[in-house]
Structures are given as C-alpha cells and as structure tokens.
Design a protein around this ligand. Structure first.
Ligand code: BGP
Length: 463
C-alpha cells in the first residue's frame, strides 16, 4: 500500500464515550435509544425516560478513559483514528449562539492525545447524534433552520481544531435516511415528501460545511459517507439485474449529489415519479455545485442480493435485511461475509466517481470469550479482516483504486448501534461489560490486537 496509507480504527461518540449528561452535554437522539437485541428492536423513547436502560449513557466510558484507549491504539501503530464529535457536547441544545467550552476542550484533549502518538484524527461531524432539543423544537432536519444550526456547529469546530484535524466527514451513512430517518436524524415520523426534503436540507448543509471548511483551512479533506450495500442480482434473469440496479440507485442518490454537485437525471425522475417537490432556496443548487466533497468514505460489512421474487429466504444485514446468498458464510448476527464484495465495491465506487475513497468502517461483530488469563482468542476476526484486506490490496495494486485508508469498525468493543448490545463485539480490545451494563470496564488485548499491529508495521504485506 502507499507509504502514507491510513491504517487505523473507528468508533462513534454515542457508542463509546458515555458521560451522556456530563460537563454541559445536552441530550442527543442516541441517548434516547434503549438497549435492544437481534430479536427486539431498540426503542426510541420521547426523551430520556426514568427507569429505562440506555446503554449509550455509560457506553465504555471513553470520555474518561480516552488516554488509556488511545495509548492502546498507538501500541498497535494506528496512523488514523476515526471518531465523531457529539454535536450536543458543543451545542447542548443545538440552537445556542455560544458553544459549550467544556465540550470543545474535551475534543482538544482527545486530538492532542492522538497527535502525541502521530495518529491522524478522522472526524465524523454527525454520527447519529443530533441534539434532541432540535428534534423536539424544530422537528430536526424536517426544518430548514437545521442548515443554519449545522453550519454554526461546523464553523465552530473547524475553527477550533483547524490545526489538529485534517480529515472530516459530514454525516455518517447519510443514506440511512432512506429506511431509518429516526436513526439518521431523530425524525420520529415523516412521509416521503417530508423525508426527501429533510435529506435535501442535509445535503445542502453538507455542501455548506465543505465550503466553510475549505475557507477556514484549504488543506481540509472533507468527505461524504454512505453505507455501501453492494448488491448482486439473485439470478441472470434481467428483471433481477434491473432490481439490483434500482436498489443501488437509491443509495447513489446521496453520493452522486455530494460528489458531482447536482441532482442527477435519475434523482430528478425519482422525485417526479413520487410527486416529491423539494422546497429549495434560490441558491441551493449553486451551493450543492460549489460544496462537492474531497473524498468518499463508506462502510462495508457484507453484500446484498436483489430479486424480483419476494418469497426467498432472507438474512439480516447492516441497516437492512437481504436475500440469503448460498455462496457466503454469515456472522452470528446473520451478516453475509463477502471479502470479494469489498473489492467489487471499491471498483464500482472508484469507476463511478474517480475521487479518493476511504474505508471508514469494516469489521465483524462476534461473541468473544474472555479467558481466565485475560486472553481473547478471536481467530475468526483475524480471518475476516485478513480476507478483506487481501481484497483491498488487490483493488489498489491490481485495479488501481485510489484508497486513502482503512479504519476498522469498532477498534475497541463498544455499544452496537443497531442492537444496543455489548455482546456484539468488534474490537481488537475487549471491554469487560455485558448487555445489562455490568462489568469492570477493564480493557484486554485480543489476539487480533497483535495481528493488526503486524499488519500496520508491514504496511499490509504481513497479513
Ligand atoms: C454502521 C454504523 C456504526 C456501527 C456499524 C455496526 O451502520 O455507522 O455506528 O454501529 O454500523 O453496526 P452494529 O453496531 O449495529 O453492529
């Protein structure tokens, strides 16, 4: 890989920090998601309800333990660490004029700790963590005022951290808005007209953020970020291929606009056919054109299958269920493991956009066993990551894809976003905590910790 390839790991504030109401932080949407499981969806409550269990409230207390954790990342040799800033630590309600200094100082300290070890922070500006007050008072992104609030938030953090952070991305998996607007932005319910206007507001806000960021530091690299559900047709039947194409078009809708800077022919046709009218301000289209991103970040865990039939066997996946693929193994949570699919995804995205790509999430959620001697033998995680990194190398070295870096998802065990579980572990580092919130929160290096250290040391040659 390139000498400056950004090997690292990724987390999100709401899934690791805890300290949900400390040092001035306001309630965020994710603070209102109860614990759940594969069988029982997380409940999004009206605010924080006394007596309910919210796993994100304590999470793994990264807020207090970040020095210990970043030291462990440095021991692995991380070049980059992807994390998010909790918007409601900076603006507790989201519509204030004055930022919360304790929140700003916290991230100053975290970035300083990263830079002490030569680790590049890669910052997600909004990772499912909308200030809950903005939902209650304005209806979140249904309201165009959010563009101004987001702009204020971005300008504040860009100015504050302009000498410490170079890599940014605006919205985590913005295409989550298709199926889960409450997850992506806290919107409790909306029809298609409202949903695609909320998405339009987010896209305009993202473009404005890019423009502001580049005016504050022209060296900033600001990316878009989608989850990439690369999809195969179930058969060579043309109708299955058409379905696979259409399914992917619904996701390209987001990255097309953020990378190309305009609503494509397909996007406009889609909106027309749904009778969706966007409430545009006069300069929205020029803002989208001027605020195109510098790179595309994406998450990849598994691949999907599309068919015109609807009586086929299904399995679960990241943010969406899919048809079972008989050629693929599944994780304990039913996600289909497809390393070659990652090479295909890299080719599809690079062929389409010809801009640098960044894998900002990839990993396997599994049930890990902490042995009495403090070891965790997670050979299945080494195998998963090894198989995917092999394909990444082929995409770069054989197919010529321009890839900035790879931040493995959940580099330390954290709260699962989809299920709220701790037992769905991703990390190179085991955290002693269970689904009921019990545990010492002590950290333990897994076998994969030492394996990844060698991968980074050899820049991907020894995997
Ligand atoms: C992505 C989110 C991450 C992370 C990941 C794994 O959609 O961006 O926040 O959670 O999925 O999913 P889960 O935690 O549900 O296993």
């Amino acid at each position: 890989m390139e000498e400056n390839f950004l090997w690292g790991g990724a987390v999100a504030a709401n899934q690791c920090e805890g300290a949900w109401d400390i040092d001035g932080k306001g309630i965020s949407t994710m603070d209102c998601f109860t614990g759940g499981s594969v069988k029982q969806q997380r409940e999004y409550t009206e605010g924080v309800v006394k007596g309910r269990y919210y796993p994100n409230h304590e999470a793994i207390e990264f807020y207090y333990r970040y020095k210990e954790d970043i030291k462990l990342f440095a021991e692995m040799g991380f070049k980059a660490f992807r994390l998010s800033i909790a918007w409601s630590r900076i603006f507790p309600k989201g519509d204030e004029q004055q930022a919360n200094e304790k929140g700003l100082q916290y991230y100053d300290d975290v970035f300083d700790e990263c830079l002490k070890y030569g680790i590049e922070p890669v910052v997600t500006i909004s990772h499912y963590e909308t200030p809950y007050h903005l939902v209650e008072k304005y209806g979140s992104w249904l309201n165009r005022s959010m563009i101004d609030f987001f702009e204020k938030y971005c300008e504040t953090i860009f100015k504050r951290y302009k000498a410490k952070v170079k890599y940014w991305m605006t919205f985590n998996e913005i295409n989550t808005m298709i199926e889960y607007p409450w997850f992506g932005s806290g919107i409790k319910s909306c029809d298609e007209q409202q949903k695609y206007n909320a998405i339009h507001n987010m896209l305009v806000a993202s473009a404005k953020a890019v423009k502001i960021g580049h005016s504050i530091n022209r060296d900033f690299k600001i990316g878009a970020m989608i989850f990439y559900p690369m999809t195969y047709p179930n058969t060579c039947n043309p109708v299955d291929n058409l379905k696979a194409m259409k399914d992917m078009d619904s996701h390209y809708y987001f990255s097309d606009i953020q990378i190309r800077g305009y609503y494509s022919n397909k996007a406009r046709k889609f909106l027309n056919q749904k009778n969706i009218v966007l409430n545009m301000a006069p300069d929205d289209l020029s803002v989208l054109k001027e605020g195109t991103v510098d790179y595309l970040g994406f998450s990849y865990y598994m691949s999907n299958v599309a068919s015109n039939q609807n009586d086929l066997q299904m399995t679960s996946g990241n943010l969406m269920n899919t048809i079972k693929n008989p050629f693929l193994r599944e994780t304990d949570w039913g996600w289909q493991i497809d390393p070659i699919g990652l090479r295909i995804s890299l080719n599809q995205l690079y062929d389409r956009y010809q801009i640098p790509l960044f894998i900002v999430e990839n990993g396997i959620g599994a049930i890990d066993q902490l042995e009495d001697n403090g070891e965790v033998h997670d050979q299945y995680r080494i195998d998963y990551l090894k198989e995917h990194i092999e394909q990444i190398k082929l995409a770069v070295e054989d197919d010529g894809v321009d890839l900035i870096g790879y931040t493995m998802w959940g580099c330390i065990d954290i709260i699962s976003a989809g299920t709220g579980e701790m037992k769905k572990r991703y990390g190179f580092i085991y955290v002693d905590k269970d689904d009921a919130g019990k545990g010492t929160l002590m950290r333990y290096r897994k076998d994969s910790f030492y394996w990844y250290k060698r991968v980074i040391e050899t820049n991907g040659t020894m995997i």
